[in-house]
Ligand binder design. Structure first.
Ligand SMILES: Nc1ncnc2c1ncn2[C@@H]1O[C@H](COP(=O)(O)OP(=O)(O)O)[C@@H](O)[C@H]1O
Ligand SMILES: [Mg+2]
Length: 292
């Protein structure tokens, strides 16, 4: 291929990256891996990362569940799951002890991908949870029950569960931290990227100390990377310096295709599988599956 122009070089490099991934099968984890996707900043790419990684892993044949605990229900929307106010949702699971299996729905476009939707009722759950027994453990228990139920019904074990958190550190996010083993932090490659991160890490430490000793920040994904700016490169370098073990090699570019997909109730994996955004999320998913 002629690599004399920047565009040609970029296409050639994408082709090489694609070739590397082609035919690679993702290993199944020895036990279900539960990742909480968290960052108390809004708009950093939590939901986008949740649905696209989940879709990438499911497309590779793994069994994946997305649990949406953001009252906005953006993850449910992106996965094409009904979540209007009357739908039974994760709200009923957390507040009324409805079994998780009763609200889990299959994603219409992707095999092996399930979603427990969020409805607007969740907005009140932060307050309603306060007076309930075992208020921090409700999601964790619901997931454990669901795993037993699946086994009893002869359904395959889930390989991955992703929990899409709201942009706050309230009881909903605490439930996610208690239910998970791993925290995945998406970081937007922009000026204030690291601001607020120490608060998040402090909260995670508190959870480790009091509620879930096994919790660890396993993965950091750099998102909305704009290769044309020095700033993005600087932020990426800084994050890698602080968290050399956690930051994935794969970086998600800023891409219009990625931001368009949810309005078609799609992930990038089905909306535009040949895009650079889909390639990046597939690479990130491969890395996550590889590291266990
Ligand atoms: N890589 C990307 N390129 C372009 N836009 C993106 C990218 N990732 C996310 N977005 C857009 O940025 C906004 C915030 O992303 P979202 O995933 O909803 O963040 P959060 O869940 O942290 O609030 C959304 O409009 C989304 O479509
Ligand atoms: Mg979100």
């Amino acid at each position: 291929m002629d690599e004399s122009t920047p565009l040609a070089r970029e296409l050639a490099s994408e082709a090489r990256r694609r070739e590397k991934l082609a035919g690679r099968s993702f290993p199944r984890p020895a036990e279900t891996r539960i990742l909480t996707v968290s960052n108390q900043k809004g708009g950093v790419g939590k939901t986008t990362t949740t649905v696209n990684l989940a879709a990438a892993l499911a497309t590779a044949g793994l069994n994946v569940l997305v649990i949406d605990i953001d009252p906005q229900g953006n993850a449910s929307t992106a996965l094409g799951i009904d979540h209007h106010a009357e739908v039974e949702s994760i709200y009923d699971v957390l507040i009324d002890d409805l079994p998780l299996g009763k609200v889990v729905a299959p994603c219409p476009d992707i095999n092996n991908l399930l979603c427990a939707p969020a409805t607007i009722h969740l907005a009140g759950a932060e307050i309603e949870l306060v007076s309930l027994v075992a208020r921090e453990q409700r999601l964790s228990r619901a997931i454990a029950e669901y795993a037993k139920e699946r086994e009893a019904a002869g359904l395959p074990r889930l390989d991955f569960i992703f929990i899409d958190c709201p942009p706050s550190l309230g009881l909903l996010t605490v439930n996610a931290f208690v239910a998970a083993r791993e925290v995945l932090i998406p970081i937007q490659c922009e000026y204030y990227a690291l601001e607020g991160l120490s608060q998040l890490l402090k909260n995670i430490e508190m959870i480790q100390k009091h509620l879930n000793a096994d919790l660890e920040v396993s993965t950091i994904l750099l998102t909305m990377y704009d290769g044309r700016t020095n700033l993005a490169a600087q932020v990426a370098a800084e994050v890698r310096e602080h968290f050399p073990e956690q930051v994935l090699k794969a970086v998600v570019p800023r891409s219009v295709r990625i931001s368009e997909a949810p309005s078609y109730q799609q992930t990038i994996m089905t909306y535009d599988p040949s895009s650079s955004g889909a390639l990046s999320y597939l690479e990130a998913a491969a890395e996550i599956a590889q590291r266990q």
